[in-house]
Write a protein of this length. Structure first.
Ligand SMILES: *Cc1c(COP(=O)(O)O)cnc(C)c1O
Length: 378
């Protein structure tokens, strides 16, 4: 006999009540109020002409913020990791050679993922916080003759910015595709995908774009599209197969999966706000506020982990002073001052704090609040 009443307890909770935080960690960052408001709009159907027009706008805006003409530029349903997986899943065939530059946590994630798609992965390593020189990259490409060279433009675990000048030409010389992680650079650090000759790139919504997580920028060049068309095997991930997704984003409008409608509202508004400010001005603002943060941190006697030339304006790694319990400071900042910063990861665990100034949070007021809070704690 089935019991009429569930033996499970009946949870009765208070309505949602979330504390207000200043999110100055490695992401998510605070969402622009206009973006939050846009999310509050009722969902449309995912094939409604008004919604399809909004998708077209997202594509136009993404090409602008990335500075690319790639026709296949869209938002992947999921966080940055889904878009990362989409780049690898679509161009790697079992046995393909992939060279990955690893000088932080996210380089390692690319290695793991590429291997799962059957790539023969060669890693190029450097201590966390450093970057690869063009000649090092040339040697690796000459030695391994890979199908794909994958680099992290903005390594969020270290705060280092990988220079990309000349890398695209190198990849063309050896007939390989250039794949770049722009998760912590899009919207905050100058990116010129086409001028740099980048073939595959991805990002997320919750860092430089000042949007919640959930819809992630993805783009693929005509060269990468050609490799996708020449595959002997199906893309091993149905959800992220660009042959299928491009038919929803393109003129055919073939159903693939239900788009996260309200996330697209948010992304559209976030990108519109960047275009309204102007992408160059947005980059300039991020650099100016980062300069201010660095000056104030140094005035407190703290030292920064990455050499100035390669420092990311969106994410700063600060060395934890001798004798200070870094995790305890970060915890007190959160609980007493409602400011989130990040702890170190991997090689830098216990050695640095990670401070993000991304999107809406890239303002002098964020720096002032953090610095005065830090003064009371360090
Ligand atoms: C945050 C981040 C990712 C992963 O993005 P999620 O949105 O967390 O899935 C990938 N690469 C870099 C460099 C990142 O900073």
């Amino acid at each position: 006999m089935t019991p009429l009443q569930s033996s499970l307890s009946h949870p009765v909770l208070a309505p949602l009540n979330v504390p207000e935080r200043l999110l100055l960690g490695p992401g998510p960052s605070n969402v622009h109020p206009t973006v939050l408001q846009a999310m509050n709009t009722p969902p449309l159907g995912h094939l409604d002409p008004a919604f399809l027009a909004l998708m077209d706008e997202i594509q136009v805006l993404l090409r602008y913020v990335w500075q690319t003409k790639n026709p296949l530029t869209l938002a992947v349903s999921g966080t940055g990791t889904a878009a990362m997986e989409a780049t690898l899943a679509n161009v790697i065939e079992p046995g393909d050679g992939v060279v990955v530059g690893v000088s932080g946590y996210f380089g390692n994630r690319l290695v793991d993922m590429a291997g799962r798609y059957g790539a023969e992965v060669h890693t190029l390593t450097r201590p966390w916080g450093q970057v690869f020189s063009l000649s090092e990259l040339r040697t690796a490409v000459e030695t391994h003759r890979p199908q794909v060279l994958a680099l992290v433009h903005a390594e969020t675990s270290t705060g280092a910015r990988q220079p990309l000048d000349g890398v695209g030409d190198l990849c063309r010389e050896f007939g390989c595709l250039l794949l770049v992680d722009t998760v912590t650079s899009l919207g905050g650090v100058p990116i010129h995908l086409d001028d740099w000759g980048v073939d595959l790139a991805y990002s997320c919504s919750q860092k430089g774009l000042a949007c919640p997580p959930g819809a992630s920028p993805f783009t693929l060049s005509p060269r990468a599209w050609e490799k996708l068309q020449q595959r002997q095997t199906k893309v091993a991930n149905w959800y992220l197969d660009m042959n299928l997704l491009s038919q929803y984003w393109g003129p055919e409008r073939v159903y693939h999966h239900t788009a996260p409608i309200n996330m697209y509202y948010a992304l559209r508004e976030a990108l519109r706000l960047i275009a309204e400010e102007g992408i160059e001005q947005c980059w300039r603002r991020h650099q100016q506020n980062a300069d201010y943060l660095w000056q104030e941190l140094e005035a407190l006697g703290l030292s920064l982990h990455v050499q100035r030339e390669y420092r990311l304006p969106t994410l700063t790694t600060v060395r934890i002073p001798e004798g200070v319990d870094g995790k305890a400071v970060a915890k007190r900042l959160l609980l007493e001052q409602s400011i989130e910063i990040g702890n170190g990861l991997g090689e830098l665990a216990g050695k640095v704090w990670r401070i993000g100034l991304m999107g809406f949070n890239s303002r002098p007021e964020s720096v002032d609040r953090l610095i005065s809070a830090l003064k009371t704690l360090v």
